[in-house]
Design a protein around this ligand. Sequence first.
Ligand SMILES: NC(=O)c1ccc[n+]([C@@H]2O[C@H](COP(=O)([O-])OP(=O)(O)OC[C@H]3O[C@@H](n4cnc5c(N)ncnc54)[C@H](OP(=O)(O)O)[C@@H]3O)[C@@H](O)[C@H]2O)c1
Length: 265
Amino acid sequence: MLVPTVAVDTHPVVLAYNAFQVVGIAGSYFSESKNPMPYSKFAVSSKKNDDGTSTTKKMVPSRMGMLIIYVPATIVALAVQWFLLPLIKDSTPTVAGWLVFAHFVKRDLEVLCLHKYSGSTELDAARMIAFVYALTALMICFVSTPTTELASREVYSGVSLFVVGSLGNLYHHYLLAKLRSDSVRKYVAPKGGLFQFVAAPHYLFELIAWLGIAVASHQLTGYLNLLSMTMYLSARSQNQNNWNKNKFSEKEWPASRKNMVPFVY
Ligand SMILES: NC(=O)c1ccc[n+]([C@@H]2O[C@H](COP(=O)([O-])OP(=O)(O)OC[C@H]3O[C@@H](n4cnc5c(N)ncnc54)[C@H](OP(=O)(O)O)[C@@H]3O)[C@@H](O)[C@H]2O)c1
């Protein structure tokens, strides 16, 4: 059985980043529950202020918003793996770093070739998420334990979890894309795969992939990242489920359907 072990990098920059992650863990669930991140079906182009006036937000089409979100992290992961690790730390690229790079390449390709977007993304939100992802990629690539120092079961279980999570995530993205034709971009009750049980199976599989990265990283930073994403995606999956319940009939989307984990949550 896999019993993950965790190392703690005590460099002050890493410890400061870990503190930032802990704040993210505490805040992300409540912040997403209260104010859903403004992209796709939750995008809002204008916000009401306390004094009754409203602020118009700069929006970009979803495909562009998603590229703004994912491309910087892809470049950062590649740069750290290829140039910076040998240059600054005199160490070789890590398996966790390559998994992070693969994750963001997959995202970029899905944005370009698979998803059929209908909406828009708030530009400021896209920039903020891009910064957080780029920082995540930077830190995980930098702190991950060198592959040669890992037990082989950690490498194999990390990579296996990543592959299962990524394929499950990709499959459910494919099911979502199949709901729409190229010309008609309306919302339809998701079906097939684990959509029979939960509103956001793609989130569940994404978390399995990040668990794989955490195992392969062997570092506290990887596990704190997993926790923070779990909190955020738990709240987002609840928003997705509530949105579906409001949008679709009881027959199309039963009220008993869970958010993210079949039969549990
Ligand atoms: N690691 C993290 O913290 C994190 C955070 C957020 C997202 N993600 C990952 O990013 C991926 C995408 O997330 P997301 O929140 O953008 O997913 P999403 O809201 O489910 O959207 C994914 C795609 O499916 C379309 N879609 C959604 N519901 C639909 C429906 N009922 N009918 C037809 N089309 C529908 C969306 O179109 P529209 O754009 O037109 O709505 C979009 O093209 C997920 O795998 C997720 O795990 C990760």
